[in-house]
Design a binder for this molecule. Structure first.
Ligand code: DLL
Length: 434
């Protein structure tokens, strides 16, 4: 089932012609409107006229999360501010988030790609979709919302949290599909199982799950407990949000990347060389139709591989394998991206605290937990109980403000977090997600 059959099944030659046209247009746009890109391209000795074939994308400079940080908030925007109608944001590597801007056209393209994803899940206007991704700066809630409206299905914008209410509404309003993080889906499913809920009271058929890594084992469990088909959706704020790629119900194997809007490369993360089809490398994305904040060769740090074989569903847009790790130290905790360096930026300079910390991540009852161990400075005597209690509050608040998640803070005695000779270990992740 397709949302946009002509585009989704376009012969590859035509698709590539369209990609080239859009690539050339995007490169011209950022060269003219974004000084950072122009300078980078000039330094690399490349001008928009040099992009003559799709392979010429390799001449272009990479874009990194640090570029968004260094040009915070609007430095990479390629449209005048009056044309920007929406802002979203995601975690940066320091105290400041990274910001993405959308023109009205971008918002429409986004709804279109999400609508295609919903088509992959056979969601039609006859469906009722409960969107339990967070609404707000995070792209999950509003991204799915506009896609569901585009399809003409009924959207129930519950946002994340308040599980009992979610379940009540799911039953009463007759949701046939749910969109949320896979860990939340599993939490809902196990909650229902444990209360002996009669699943025949629900009309759920499909789940659109993403924003964090998950395994085939989790998929099996969710499908079994909820009696639905669980499908994987991928995306990131820097390139649009959810809707960059999606599994189809027919194959349930690999995610179709909407190549008329996103050109992708899979590169060796160290050398930057292209990886052969089927081999795992870093996903690098160039947006082809974005106006507000196009990105040239964005280094996602996500690891995947191309599936070269055609898909039984008939879509001609190539598939990437389910995401299988990252090349950097970004963690995804309850769907929220967290960098160890954010913790550092939150605690540095707090009197009585040493800049030594360790993040211990776990999943207990399908809920991610984050314990942050932070060392007390040697000058702070641990018998100053009141002072330590005040510090406990101050440090937790500082961290929670930066990362937007509640943490369990453990103040440690001076010298007790293990030192290492080389790169210090900042994270112990006990979840097995890839
Ligand atoms: O997570 C967008 C999104 C919302 C995707 C809802 C799917 C559903 P960010 O907060 O910018 O955007 O985080 C992007 O999350 O680089 C991946 O590391 C990870 N990620 C997203 N989807 C998946 C997935 C949204 N299906 C980062 N599998 C990305 C594994 C995923 N990791």
């Amino acid at each position: 089932m397709y949302w946009n059959e002509p585009m989704e099944t376009m012969p590859r030659e035509a698709l590539q012609r369209l990609q080239l046209e859009r690539l050339q247009h995007t490169v011209r746009r950022v060269y003219q409107n974004v000084p950072v890109y122009r300078t980078r391209m000039q330094e690399a000795g490349v001008s928009p006229e040099d992009i003559k074939t799709l392979c010429d994308v390799r001449l272009l400079p990479f874009t990194q999360k640090s570029d968004l940080r260094d040009n915070y908030p609007y430095g990479l925007f390629a449209a005048p501010q009056e044309e920007i109608v929406r802002i979203h944001a995601s975690s940066g590597t320091t105290g400041k988030p990274i910001v993405a801007g959308y023109t009205a056209h971008d918002v429409q393209v986004w709804a279109e790609v999400v609508a295609r994803c919903l088509g992959c899940a056979h969601i039609t206007r006859a469906d009722t979709v409960q969107v339990s991704y967070g609404y707000g700066l995070f792209t999950g809630g509003l991204g799915l919302h506009y896609g569901v409206e585009k399809v003409g299905a009924k959207v129930v914008p519950t946002s994340a949290g308040n599980t009992q209410r979610q379940l009540m509404l799911m039953e009463d309003l007759g949701a046939t599909a749910i969109a949320c993080t896979p860990s939340y889906a599993l939490m809902l499913a196990e909650g229902l199982r444990d209360t002996g809920f009669d699943m025949s009271r629900l009309k759920l058929k499909t789940g659109v799950f993403g924003a964090e890594p998950w395994t085939e084992a989790m998929r099996d469990e969710i499908q079994k407990l909820l009696g639905i088909k669980a499908l994987d959706i991928y995306g990131l704020t820097e390139t649009i949000g959810p809707g960059v790629a999606m599994e189809c119900l027919e194959a349930q194997s690999g995610l179709h990347m909407w190549e008329d809007h996103f050109m992708f490369e899979i590169l060796n993360p160290d050398s930057g060389e292209a990886m052969p089809d089927g081999e795992v490398g870093e996903l690098v994305i160039t947006t082809l139709s974005k106006e507000g904040m196009p990105t040239l060769r964005y280094r996602t740090h996500d690891l995947t591989a191309v599936i070269a074989e055609p898909c039984p569903c008939g879509r001609t847009h190539r598939r990437i394998r389910r995401l299988r790790g990252r090349t950097d130290d970004m963690l995804i905790i309850r769907g929220i991206n967290v960098f160890p360096s954010q913790i550092e930026s939150a605690i540095v300079g707090i009197p009585g605290i040493a800049p030594r910390y360790l993040l211990v991540v776990d999943r207990v009852d399908n809920r991610d937990t984050l314990e942050v161990q932070v060392e007390l400075a040697p000058e702070l005597l641990s018998d100053e109980v009141r002072r330590v209690e005040a510090l406990q509050q101050q440090v937790s608040r500082a961290i929670e403000q930066v990362i937007g998640l509640s943490v369990k803070l453990k103040l440690m005695n001076p010298g007790s977090i293990q030192r290492s000779e080389g790169k210090s270990q900042r994270v112990v992740d006990k979840r097995k997600l890839y």
